[in-house]
Design a protein around this ligand. Structure first.
Ligand SMILES: Cc1ncc(COP(=O)(O)O)c(C=O)c1O
Length: 417
């Protein structure tokens, strides 16, 4: 990637990163300097169209003027405070999130995994106090992703992430996505929680059907399990509605998990519960030193207001429809594409080959792409994205796909000779 290596200062940053940061991420050889809206600029001044928005966090793009102002104002007053003290923002944000979701109360933590941990503890405590000690099993989906901490990892349905760290927490059960019979067979009176991503994100971008979600709701009621919807990736506007479950008639969670964009880029996640569960995590049973800081909650409120004031849910819907049309057309015309999936601005294009080389090529041409499961191009752009940005992205993606397809064809020709 010649473009980045030309900058000696950037080269130093890359070398230092690889020397002093654990090799957990396959980082791209570029040093980003600043962002503006849907664009990022590297330390050599090159511009990139950002189609992954910090893995879905930067839903308002980069350096949104209202978020910058709110950050500066609040940082000058107070950044952090022990959660044992009150500021206006944590309660106001909780009230707002409850009003939007119809749920009754919130607990804040920092990242998504931590919200999942809280939900697992809450579901187990509720089951233990109200039903039996044996009711501790958690059902989630094969291919799901709920985080990297021990509990959240244990209920993540991908062995490749769990294998090195087994045994995880006891009582984690998995069923294949979309299989109603398997779901019915797996939920028992020992199940304390059914945990589902309304749209699976990291697992490859799969929407759950209304029928499947309704059945999960029914089974949770029947067996006195709590239905936890993990909308850390797909919630807070990404599907064109505040919450992805709103696309599904009759589906309401008992516990809703939110994160990613909630703190406007600061670490903030929330666990929202219904009225029955309000007291399930009682005094001293849970905590998070950094959770719900005044700064993060103030940004959370600003985030919700900006989405409303700028009509961004409609924008997500409109741009999402257009993105999907373009991806469907590409999937139909390319022999290395399997299908396009998703809704709003959480979309995926599954390829028949690993995406990393294409992501590196795209970066070289000024486009930030993200792949999950190795071969699913996942789009999680800022809600500010417009149709013209989709066109710009496609102008880079389509030739890259064509080139990859040609390369495969010529390799096959050589092999056949
Ligand atoms: C659905 C879902 N749940 C949980 C998590 C974990 O969140 P975090 O990485 O903030 O801990 C993620 C992260 O991608 C996610 O997509």
């Amino acid at each position: 990637m010649a473009r980045f290596r030309q900058n000696p200062a950037a080269e130093k940053v890359l070398v230092r990163d690889s020397e002093f940061q654990l090799p957990v991420y396959a980082r791209f050889p570029v040093v980003m300097d600043r962002g503006e809206g849907v664009y990022l600029f590297d330390s050599s001044g090159n511009r990139y169209l950002d189609m992954m928005a910090g893995l879905g966090v930067n839903a308002l793009g980069h350096a949104h003027p209202r978020m910058v102002r709110a950050t500066a104002e609040q940082a000058a007053k107070m950044i952090h405070l022990s959660p044992q003290y009150c500021t206006p923002y944590a309660g106001e944000l909780a009230e707002r999130l409850c009003a939007l979701s119809g749920l009754a109360g919130a607990f804040y933590s920092t990242g998504g995994s931590e919200a999942v941990e809280g939900a697992l503890k809450l579901a187990r405590a509720h089951a233990k106090h109200n039903y039996s000690d044996r009711k501790f099993r958690v059902l989630s989906l094969e291919g799901s992703y709920h985080g990297r901490t021990y509990g959240s990892l244990s209920v993540t349905g991908q062995a490749k992430y769990r294998d090195d760290f087994e045994p995880g927490i006891p009582g984690a059960d998995f069923v294949p996505r979309g299989d109603l019979a398997a779901l019915r067979a797996a939920v028992t009176d020992d199940t304390c929680a059914i945990l589902l991503e309304t749209v699976l994100g990291e697992g490859g971008v799969y929407e759950l059907s209304t029928e499947y979600l309704q059945e999960a709701r029914r089974l949770a009621d029947k067996h006195h399990a709590v239905l936890i919807l993990d909308e850390i990736q797909c919630g807070l506007g990404r599907t064109g509605k505040w919450f992805a479950y709103e696309h599904h008639e009759g589906v309401r969670p008992d516990v809703l998990l939110l994160g990613k964009p909630l703190g406007g880029g600061l670490p903030l996640s929330a666990l929202l519960v219904n009225a029955e569960l309000f007291h399930s995590l009682g005094l001293g049973k849970h905590g998070s030193t950094l959770g719900g800081s005044p700064l993060a909650c103030r940004l959370g409120l600003e985030y919700l207001e900006v989405v409303e004031d700028e009509g961004l849910l409609d924008r997500v819907t409109d741009t999402g429809i257009y993105l999907r049309q373009r991806l469907d057309a590409l999937a139909a015309s390319s022999d290395i594409a399997v299908e396009a999936r998703g809704i709003g601005l959480i979309q995926g294009l599954e390829l028949t080959l690993p995406g990393r080389p294409m992501a590196e090529e795209a970066l070289e041409q000024g486009l930030m792409l993200n792949f999950v499961q190795g071969n699913v191009m996942r789009f999680l752009p800022a809600f500010l994205l417009e149709r013209s940005h989709v066109d710009d992205a496609m102008q880079i993606i389509e030739p890259l796909m064509a080139a990859a397809s040609e390369a495969i064809a010529s390799e096959a020709l050589v092999a056949a000779r």
